[in-house]
Design a protein around this ligand. Structure first.
Ligand SMILES: Nc1ncnc2c1ncn2[C@@H]1O[C@H](COP(=O)(O)OP(=O)(O)O)[C@@H](O)[C@H]1O
Ligand SMILES: [Mg+2]
Length: 215
C-alpha cells in the first residue's frame, strides 16, 4: 500500500518535531529510518499511523488522507515503544484477545506469528515473567499477526539476542515478499543497512538524506 507524506510539519508546544517532511513509501520494499536520538523517527512513524495529526501537511495512504478520509491506515501492523499487554495472561492469550477484538485472524494465525518470532505458543508463563527480549518478540508478533499491508516497527532489534534479530530479519524479508510496505526505525545504522532497500536519514525533524542500498 503506497504511503505519501506531504509537507508534513508537527509542532508540539512550540517545538517543531517534524519539519516539512516529504517522503513516499511503496509496496514490497523495506525503508530504514535512521538518525540520532530525538531526530524524529518515532514521530514520523506516529504520523504515518495516524497516532498524531499534523500541524500542516498530510499523510496519504492508498489515496486517502489519514485523519480526514480515514482515521487510521487500514491493515497496519505497528510496534511503537513499549506495547502494553495484560500482565497475567500468556503471550498466546494476549494476542488471541487482540485478534478476537478485531476479528481478522484465527488462533492459528496467532500461533504462527508467535512461532515466526521464535516464541513458544504453548508457553504457560504469564507476560509479567517474560524477559525484555521475549516482550519485544511478542510486540513484533502482535504487529505481524494479521499479515498487514503496512508494517511500522520502531527499534525492533532492542533487547533482542542474535537469534531474535535473525528471526525479525527473516520475518521482514517474508513480509516484503508478500508486498507489504515496511518502515523500520533504528538508531543502529549497521543493522538497518542489512535489512533496508532504502535508507532515510532524519535530523532535527527533517529528512536530510535518502539513499538506495545496493543489493
Ligand atoms: N510526547 C511528546 N511531547 C512533546 N515532545 C515530544 C514528545 N515525544 C517526543 N517529543 C520530541 O520530539 C522530538 C522527536 O522525538 P522522537 O521522534 O521520539 O525521536 P527519535 O525516535 O528519533 O529518537 C524530540 O525532540 C522529542 O523531545
Ligand atoms: Mg524513537
Amino acid at each position: 500500500m503506497p504511503i505519501h507524506v506531504c509537507s508534513y510539519t508537527k509542532n508540539i508546544k512550540g517545538v517543531t518535531v517534524l519539519d516539512s517532511i516529504e517522503c513516499s513509501f511503496e509496496s514490497g520494499r523495506i525503508y530504514g529510518l535512521q538518525g540520532k536520538n530525538s531526530s524524529g523517527k518515532t514521530m514520523l512513524l506516529r504520523a504515518i499511523s495516524g497516532l498524531i495529526l499534523p500541524t500542516s501537511g498530510y499523510v496519504e495512504v492508498d489515496g486517502e488522507v489519514v485523519g480526514e478520509d480515514i482515521a487510521f491506515p487500514p491493515s497496519i501492523g505497528l510496534l511503537i515503544e513499549n506495547p502494553s499487554f495484560i500482565q497475567r495472561y500468556t503471550g498466546m492469550k494476549n494476542l488471541e484477545l487482540l485478534a478476537r477484538l478485531k476479528g481478522v485472524v484465527s488462533a492459528n494465525c496467532v500461533r504462527l506469528a508467535l512461532e515466526r518470532v521464535g516464541l513458544d505458543s504453548t508457553d504457560k508463563r504469564p507476560y509479567r515473567k517474560y524477559s525484555l527480549g521475549m516482550k519485544q518478540r511478542l510486540g513484533i508478533a502482535c504487529a505481524i499477526m494479521e499479515n498487514p499491508s503496512i508494517v511500522l516497527l520502531d527499534e525492533p532489534f532492542n533487547a533482542l539476542d542474535p537469534s531474535g534479530v535473525s528471526c525479525v530479519k527473516r520475518v521482514l524479508a517474508s513480509l516484503r515478499e508478500q508486498g507489504a510496505t515496511i518502515v523500520v526505525a533504528c538508531h543502529d545504522a549497521v543493522e538497518l543497512h542489512q535489512i533496508s532497500d532504502e535508507i532515510i536519514t532524519l535530523a532535527e525533524g527533517r529528512v536530510v538524506s535518502w539513499e538506495k542500498v545496493e543489493p
